[in-house]
Ligand binder design. Structure first.
Ligand code: C2O
Ligand code: CU
Length: 465
């Protein structure tokens, strides 16, 4: 068929216009460019190790003995340290009495390495081995934990730290990790009932013993002049921490792994389950004999977390500018942009535990995880707004695998944090908007990191493609 000449030209012109319009990157996408890499830059080095999960009997630094489940017999599990560009290969063996998996929280891995049973891999049965292999794309503080019956398995002690150092790490005097956790102990044992009605109607399981690196009296001895990179992680099932550093000279340089655009005051930061906070701490050179008490002030009862004690002769303070992200988009003026995805968070009576937590009135079915569950589509390489609407009166630290997002607004009021996150705390009855540009294709989990909420349904999938 032949079109009349004029009509053909009009069609061609229309096609050209629509192509231009479709390809024109919107301003928010342009602003994102270079915020973090689309591909890893492997350096050819493979960091390989074995890792085993098994029941263990541990003695904490304060003398407490406890029957736990542990990675390589330790709680916290081992800290894996690699450099940006290294490949990580972990030969994992399950010696637990239950199937399990390992999820690499915050790490942009190939989807098949994400450790989600029924979605990215079959559960790893007792006695089986699975090899996780990936090259992290981002430097920062990450952690790993089971993604199967996690409200029980993480609570029993299964968590470890993955630190991806910069290709050229800054010369800090020390690099220190503080793993914040709580335990519900009963007669010297881990209280053996999980996903109780009490946990479910509240903010998950909150323990009666609070530990940092497994200690109820964690102490960091420093020299005057030391400059320390202090990495905080919250691995608790439900507890939120709001650390008061007691005047310790510290600035936040990274949140949930990625560097902030500039150092930020740590005051008031709410470290929800899943969150990480990297601090740049300089001990004054005249601080000999001083100490700082670090206290949690999230609840009405102040909880001592750790003490930093300065002693000895002063050392030279390493001089360098705090590491920072080269570029974090501001994404201002997004209030009127419609969310691509809205997740309403609520609960109802029903489900295997008697109460189930829902996203848009659906409770995630862990037994049939990948199969029928509808995923929220998110276009790869495009800007999307995601809205969390908390219709309940409980807390929901919402976490999405495989991507970072930036907080845009709380209850319609713009918030400009100069950093990305992978987990954001949504308070009672609050609406939180985040913006994201997913780069990594796959089916990724989106869920509440209060593990009892996730276990009883507050979990879904986003489909990035
Ligand atoms: Cu720590 Cu699905 O997450
Ligand atoms: Cu929740």
């Amino acid at each position: 068929m032949r079109l009349p000449h004029a009509a053909a030209i009009a069609l061609i012109a229309a096609a050209a216009v629509s192509v231009v319009v479709a390809r024109a990157p919107d301003a928010r996408l342009r602003e994102f460019r270079g915020a973090y890499p689309e591909t890893a830059r492997p350096n050819g080095i493979v960091r390989e190790r074995a890792l085993t999960a098994a029941p263990a009997d541990v003695t904490f630094p304060d003398g407490r003995r406890l029957a736990v489940w542990a990675y390589d017999g330790r709680v916290p599990g081992p800290t894996l340290r690699v450099r940006l560009g290294d490949a990580v290969r972990v030969r994992f063996t399950n010696r637990l009495p239950q199937p399990t998996t390992i999820h690499w929280h915050g790490v942009r891995v190939p989807n098949a390495m994400d450790g989600v049973p029924g979605v990215t891999q079959p559960p790893i049965a007792p006695g089986e081995t699975f090899v996780y292999e990936f090259t992290p794309k981002d430097a920062g503080t990450f952690w790993f934990h089971p993604h199967l019956r996690s409200s029980e398995q993480i609570e029993r002690g299964l968590f470890g730290v993955l630190i991806v150092e910069d290709a050229h790490p800054r010369p800090y005097s020390r690099d220190v990790v503080w793993v914040l956790d709580d335990w519900l102990l009963d007669h010297g044992e881990i209280f053996p009932e999980f996903n109780t009605r009490h946990d479910l109607i509240h903010d998950g399981r909150w323990g009666n013993v609070i530990t940092v690196n497994g200690s109820t009296a964690e102490r960091l001895d420093v020299a005057p002049g030391d400059r320390i990179r202090l990495r905080l992680l919250n691995v608790a099932n439900g507890r939120v921490f709001r650390p008061d550093l007691g005047g310790l000279p510290a600035r936040v340089i990274a949140v949930d792994g990625l560097y902030a655009a500039r150092p930020v005051d740590p005051a008031g930061f709410e470290l929800a389950p899943g969150n990480r906070l990297d601090l740049d701490v300089t001990i004054p050179s005249d601080a000999a004999g001083r100490s700082w008490a670090i206290v949690d002030r999230f609840t009405r009862r102040d909880i001592p977390l750790a003490t930093v004690v300065a002693a000895g002769a002063p050392v030279a303070t390493p001089q360098f500018a705090s590491p920072a992200a080269a570029h974090v988009p501001a994404w201002r003026d997004t209030a009127d942009v419609a969310p691509r995805t809205e997740m309403r968070l609520n609960n109802r009576v029903g489900g295997p535990f008697g109460i189930e937590w829902t996203i848009n009135d659906a409770a995630f079915d862990h037994a049939h995880a990948g199969a029928a569950h509808a995923a929220f589509p998110l276009p790869r390489g495009a800007w999307s707004k995601i809205r969390f609407v908390n219709e309940s009166y409980r807390l929901h630290p919402m976490h999405i695998h495989g991507l970072f997002f930036k907080l845009l607004a709380r209850n319609g009021v713009a918030v400009d944090e100069p950093f990305f996150r992978d987990t954001v705390l949504v308070h009672a009855q609050e609406t939180v908007d985040v913006g994201t540009v997913p780069l990594d294709p796959g089916l990724w989990m989106a869920h509440c990191h209060i593990l009892e909420h996730a276990e009883s349904g507050m979990m879904t999938l986003v489909d990035v493609r």
